[in-house]
Design a protein around this ligand. Sequence first.
Ligand code: PMP
Length: 443
Amino acid sequence: ESDNPKGYAPISLGFEDFFRRRIYHDAKDLFGRPIASAPDAWFDVVERHSDDGNKTLQCTTKTSRCLNLGSYNYLGFAAADEYCTPRVIESLKKYSASTCSARVDGGNTKLHTELEELVARFVGKPAAIVFGMGYVTNSAIIPVLIGEGGLIVSDSLNHVSIVNGARGSGATVQVFQHNNPGHLEDVLREQIAGGQPHKNRPWKRIIVIIEGIYSMEGVACSLPEIMAVCKKYKVYTYLDEAHSIGVVGKTGRGVCELLGVNPADVDIMMGTFTKSFGSCGGYIAASKEIIDHLRHACPAHIYGTSMSPPAVQQVISVIKVVLGEDGSNRGANKLAKIRENSDFFRSELQKLGFEVLGDNDSPIMPIMIYSLTKMAVFSRECMRQNVAVVVIGFPATPLLLARARICISASQSREDLIRGLEVISKVGDLVGIKYFRVEQDKA
Ligand code: PMP
């Protein structure tokens, strides 16, 4: 910037913003071209096509469609759907796009109540409450559940909405090593005097917060082991299922179903509607007492406008399809398809020599790139060849752990996936990120 010739961060910018500018905007790629002007999947997407299951994107720099390998549209419901779309249109006509009111001020409709009952039934809890945004669900609910004098024990890779909710609550926050039940136990033992689960607890309340599938890693949490620790120390559990609800488990009911844990044992289940359900909003499902408390004590519920009715109807319709209550087996087929697509794509990437993170069956599969400049080139070159991938670096990941995050959808065909693999393979060679190739060649 001309008024800042030395490139010092202006005072209004934090370190992360400064870093982002220096690395992503001022830096040159491997070929000496400025990264900021490179067309890639971060900034240039302006249009979507829902007629093909949102599996393509249109970008400003392109007139042709790009295969979208970065969307959370896991089941393909972010698209015109024979069961959901007519119902959503009807709800739009009947209720309009907004209630323009909070739930307690006339913003409650039959749809909101129906959705809460359906979500509770779907996830296996007695009651649920819904909000207009997933992010807000975490950041607004956590401070209602716990405050000063309380202890939050949070997985080190928890989403920023959890981090902000925890920070804003006034509770003490301790972080445990990602998905490590042993370290969680160490933290709890240290925080509870003499390791005595019930006696002399110095905390008014303790909540352990974890996610179902971690969005930067693609791994499922070690839920049975973590639950065992929480049970031993008699602490509350809060599980964010943004990336697992509707996707994993035999009938799409998330990590409890996947890992054989009784949902009754998890105290607070949270999820978002922006992934599998192709909508927007979030939920908390818990005991009737907890949900009643939230209805009376959560400012976001009392003072915030209720979830948009067509968005509510979309989620109701999707859950019905997933449960087979639309009278078809499309839900079961979509669940089978997302698994098949994910397993195929992951194993093909591994065969090509990429370092791929995540569990089998997880639709999220990060490809490790490590270098930030390679990351930018990878994204841009894929985009040039009509494949849109999302790449992620600092501050969303540690500085040296940049990656591309592939998200697979049930709406993709085998041909789509093969085309995606061909492009990723070519670009992987160009950028030099097939880190496991050498060993494979030797073997
Ligand atoms: N929790 C997790 C784990 C997430 O990954 C996200 C966003 N991807 C959210 C909460 C926020 O949800 P939303 O995007 O629906 O606001």
